[in-house]
Design a protein around this ligand. Structure first.
Ligand code: UT7
Length: 330
């Protein structure tokens, strides 16, 4: 048995304000029936304008730290996976660290689209296995409402805001924890889902604002096509990597982008619905927030047991895709 990163704490947060499909009917040319049948989404949680990504991250992190029975100062490292940092710099991780810890610890932001949390879990796991770090706070937090164009019906109906946090800790000779991961990135599909302006490629100007280039743009059909291939691929590859098969998997926690994408994976693998977590109807796509939200909800429903093999799988901007296998418990 080797040293592994185990999950000692999990916390999540979604802002209280709810935007339902009927509210959206008043903003764009859409209707509840279209949104439900094409996406499975009924409502999403939206942060107030002054509530930042780091505010949501802090709320989720405090719950995770409490569950792990530790203080912020017991951490060695903070990784925040986000596509909507409070500011391009300083990092959201540094802002979060200042609120959680009395003494400085290391911290960095990670940007890998909606796959960010999968990447962050694997990076934290490898850092812990290296022996150089013992406890790492891994956060996925996104305020997608801050980059969603509420004049564009093709994207406005999809997204919501949320955060999730996990405390990972090194444990010797354990059968529990992060068993392995599969990660991929392919920039050839990068323009399918992008935030065009605000970076060095297209700095902010009056023209970029006028052309609404500070809002995310997506080719929905092509992204959909990519997703229905990427998610099953990641699940199969990660299970093979850890020497398991679909029969060993107790629970699949997929990125919640579109119910039809999840359904396609479920059909492909012929999975019993009890083995798949779906909560997209109440949150929409919260990017890096979807997986912790769904996992936490499943846990509170009594669907997660000590020793269960759980597969987390996501895809997103980059394009990126990937999966982690966790044996739950510590
Ligand atoms: O984590 C981020 C990754 N993103 C995703 O995973 C998104 C992947 N893509 C999707 O989920 C789907 O492609 C969408 C939900 C974005 C779109 O669903 P679709 O079934 O692919 O619809 P479509 O784009 O092919 O559009 C069908 C029709 C079009 O009208 P016409 O041309 O047939 O007359 C659209 O203009 O639906 C229309 N439409 C809408 N109608 C009412 C598009 N958006 C809306 C809307 N309300 N909100």
């Amino acid at each position: 048995m080797t040293k592994r990163a185990v999950v000692k704490g999990l916390g999540t947060y979604a802002p209280p304000r709810v935007l339902n499909n009927h509210d959206l009917e008043r903003l764009v040319d859409t209707n509840d029936e279209w949104i439900v049948t094409r996406t499975g989404i009924k409502e999403r949680h939206i942060a107030d304008p002054e509530e930042t990504t780091s505010d949501m991250a802090e709320k989720a992190s405090r719950i995770a730290l409490q569950e792990a029975g530790i203080e912020g100062d017991d951490l060695d490292f903070v990784i925040v996976a986000t596509n909507t940092p409070d500011t391009l710099f300083p990092s959201t991780a540094a802002r979060l660290e200042a609120r959680l810890c009395d003494h400085p610890v290391a911290g960095v932001d990670l940007q890998a689209g909606c796959t960010g949390l999968i990447y962050a879990i694997e990076m934290a796991s490898a850092m812990i296995q290296s022996g150089n770090f013992h406890r790492i706070l891994v956060v996925g937090a996104d305020k997608l409402s801050s980059i969603t164009d509420y004049q564009d019906r093709t994207t406005a109906v999809l997204f919501g805001d949320a955060a999730g946090a996990l405390v990972l800790e090194g444990q010797e000779s354990t059968e529990f924890g992060i068993l392995g991961s599969y990660l991929r990135a392919d920039g050839r599909g990068g323009d399918l889902l992008a935030l065009p302006a605000g970076g060095s490629r297209l700095p902010a100007s009056a023209a970029t604002v006028q052309e609404r280039l500070h809002f995310l743009k997506m080719n929905g059909n092509e992204t959909f096509r990519f997703a229905v291939k990427a998610m099953p691929e990641a699940v199969e590859k990660v299970l093979t990597k850890v020497g398991m098969t679909l029969d060993d998997m107790d629970l699949l926690v997929p990125h919640q982008a579109n119910l039809r994408i999840i359904d396609a994976a479920v059909r492909r693998f012929n999975l019993d619905p009890d083995r798949v977590v779906i909560n997209i109807e109440r949150y929409g796509n919260t990017s890096v927030g979807t997986i912790p939200l769904a996992l936490d909800e499943a846990r509170h429903q009594g669907r997660v047991h000590r020793g269960d093999v759980i597969v987390l799988v996501a895809f997103g901007a980059g394009l990126t895709w990937g999966a982690n296998v966790i044996r739950w418990g510590h």
